[in-house]
Design a protein. Structure first.
Ligand code: SP5
Ligand code: ZN
Length: 347
């Protein structure tokens, strides 16, 4: 399986994350992508391909031009105002506030963000922009006839909406890849999101559309971040009614205790809908030892996950999302891809 990777991911390297009331080193750190790259190479996956450059209009098919302009200039404006420290928002336009776009950089961070856990640093734009190229290079391989590819994206993307960043995500790599597949020949594309957290950004981007099906298996937002989207009654709207499927699962869920059944149902829905290709938002933060998560998947369970995805029988682009137990990340990703490959039926 081709693997697309760029070392420029390391340009995203925040100093701190506010987590549980403490400033700690971020869990979303460069070692994540490096350990995955080493593991997939050691497991014989490859070749390791560098990303091609894609134009900005692939991004603005999914994100607003204003948001892209903000992200690409935010660091310089922040440094001018405050100095070279991680750029973080401090308040949000929640209930009772107006949705105005402010002038000051602090206000812009507030307007365009959904949390304070996602630092914008000197290298954020370059890293996020490159992750899009990584995803699109994978999408182009699929569009060109490959049955599968792995886009080793970092930073991740699935929390980013048309004009929102957060959850360690800036640009929605998987959504941009799905849109690219739509724009280059596939009439119906599914996104299957198996990250522990609900893919609120991807859902929001495609919520009113009948040409992209979004299915997500994730921790119940009553208990878990991002809290305000990802419920089972979110089924799509307008033309997109029936094209969104959420599987919220309670803390403590394991493979045999709800996860496998939810994944199976999500895959059935994607198959029944008639997807021509699937983009998998591959987060492995469902792992039992993940430092910020409460599911109980084990390393062997990821082999089963890959096998189930393979039984869709669809051209498949894996796009890396979350997963924070660096010691096990490599094995969990390799098992997913190996399970997929060993079970895939060549059409
Ligand atoms: C891509 C992705 O996986 N983003 C996840 C962003 C989650 N950020 C909030 C984390 C809050 C963790 N709270 C639990 C702490 C347990 N010690
Ligand atoms: Zn996650």
């Amino acid at each position: 399986m081709d693997v697309v990777y760029s070392e420029l991911h390391a340009l995203q390297n925040g100093a701190y994350e506010l987590i549980g009331g403490q400033l700690q080193p971020p869990v979303e750190k460069p070692e994540r992508a490096e350990t995955i790259r080493a593991a997939v190479e050691a497991a014989g996956f490859g070749p390791l391909l560098s990303p091609e450059s894609f134009p900005d209009d692939t991004i603005t098919r999914v994100h607003t031009p204003e948001f892209v302009a903000f992200l690409s200039t935010a660091w310089d404006r922040w440094v001018e105002a405050h100095g070279p420290y991680d750029a973080l928002p401090l308040n949000w336009p929640v209930r009772t506030f107006r949705q105005k776009i402010p002038e000051a950089i602090d206000g812009l961070l507030s307007y365009y963000s959904l949390d304070a856990g996602t630092p914008i640093t000197a290298g954020t734009w370059k890293a996020a922009r490159t992750a899009v190229d990584v995803a699109l290079t994978g999408a182009r391989l699929i569009q060109g006839g490959k049955r599968h590819a792995f886009a080793l994206c970092r930073p991740p993307g699935h929390h980013a909406a048309a004009d929102l960043y957060g959850g360690y995500c800036f640009l929605n790599n998987a959504a941009i890849a799905a849109q690219y597949l739509r724009d280059n020949g596939a009439a119906k594309v599914a996104v299957l999101d198996v990250d522990y957290h609900h893919g609120n950004g991807t859902q929001a981007i495609f919520y009113d559309r009948a040409d992209v099906f979004f299915a997500s298996v994730h921790a119940d937002p009553l208990q878990e971040y991002p809290f305000f989207l990802g419920y089972a009654d979110e089924t799509g709207t307008g033309a997109g009614e029936g094209c969104n499927a959420n599987y919220p699962l309670r803390w403590g869920t394991g493979w045999e205790t709800g996860y496998a059944d939810a994944l199976d149902d999500a895959c059935r829905r994607i198959h029944g809908w008639g997807a021509e290709a699937v983009v998998v938002s591959l987060g492995v933060d469902t792992f039992e030892q993940d430092p910020i998560s409460q599911f109980k998947l084990t390393t062997p369970d990821y082999t089963r996950m890959g096998e189930r995805i393979a039984r869709l029988g669809l051209p498949t682009l894996f796009v890396m999302e979350g997963g924070y137990d660096v010691a096990a990340l490599g094995d969990n990703v390799v098992n997913t891809l190996t399970g997929y490959l060993n079970a895939s039926v060549v059409a």
